[in-house]
Design a protein around this ligand. Sequence first.
Ligand code: CDP
Ligand code: CDP
Length: 233
Amino acid sequence: RNRQPIVAIDGPAGAGKSTVTRVVAQQLGLLYLDTGAMYRAVTWLVLQSGIALDDESAIAELVSQCQIKFVENQQNESSPQILINDYDVTQAIRSMEVTAQVSAIAALHSVRTELVRQQQNIGKKGGIVAEGRDIGTNVFPDAELKIFLTASVQERARRRLLELQKQGQENVTLEQLENLIQERDMSDSNRTFAPLRKAIDAVEIQTDNLSIVEVTNQIISLYKQQLTTNNHK
Ligand code: CDP
Ligand code: CDP
C-alpha cells in the first residue's frame, strides 16, 4: 500500500471526537481532519446565501462550487482554522443556528457527495486522523484503525452544558441540550445516505466514565497494536 495510515473516529455529538482526535493526531504526528466542521461550514454558507433550505438544486450548485481550506492556527497548532470561499468561519460554524440546521444540510445527497470527495482528496496520501459520522463506513472504509466513540445522552448533554457555562452562556438547560442532542442523533442515524453507524470492524469505546486522557491512551495503544499486526502480515 502506497499511503500512510488512516485512523477513523466516528460517533454521535458530544462523544468526545474532536477533543480526542486532536490529541491522538498530535501524539501520532498525523494530520487532524474534522469533517463535521466541513458540514458546518457548508451550512453556514447556505444560511448566509439566503437560499431556501428546501431548494436542493440551488444548494447543490452552491456547494459544488465551494472551496474549503484548513489552515494552521498560529495561536494553537492542534486546532486549525477553517475557511470557506476564503471566509474564516472558525467561530461562526459553532453558532446555535448552524448547529440547528447542519443535520438537515448534511442529509442531502449532493452535499455528501461533494464533501466526501474533498475529504478523500485530503486523505489520499493517508497520514490522517479523521473524525465524523461516516468515516469508517463510507469515507475511508479501508482505514487501518476504526474507533466508534459513544456516551449516554445524559453524559453528552452534561459535557455540552459545562462547555457553554465556561463560555459564559447560561441561557440553556440540561434538558434542552438533551433534546437537541437526541434530535441530532435521530436525524444523523436515520438519514438515507451514509447514516451514523458503527463499522463492523470498528472498536467501540463507551466513554461515560473515561477521561480524555484515558480514551486517548486506549486509541494510541490500539493504533500501535494494529500497526505491529499489519507489519507481520
Ligand atoms: O461537534 P458535534 O459532535 O456537535 O458535531 P460535528 O462533528 O461538528 O458535526 C455536525 C453535524 O455534521 C453532525 O450532526 C452531522 O449531521 C454532520 N456530519 C455528517 O453528516 N457526517 C460527518 N462525517 C460529520 C458530520
Ligand atoms: O466532537 P464531539 O462532539 O464528539 O465531542 P467533543 O466536542 O470533543 O467533546 C465534548 C465535550 O466533552 C468537551 O468539552 C470535552 O472536553 C468533553 N469530554 C469529556 O469530558 N470526557 C471525555 N472522555 C471526552 C470529552
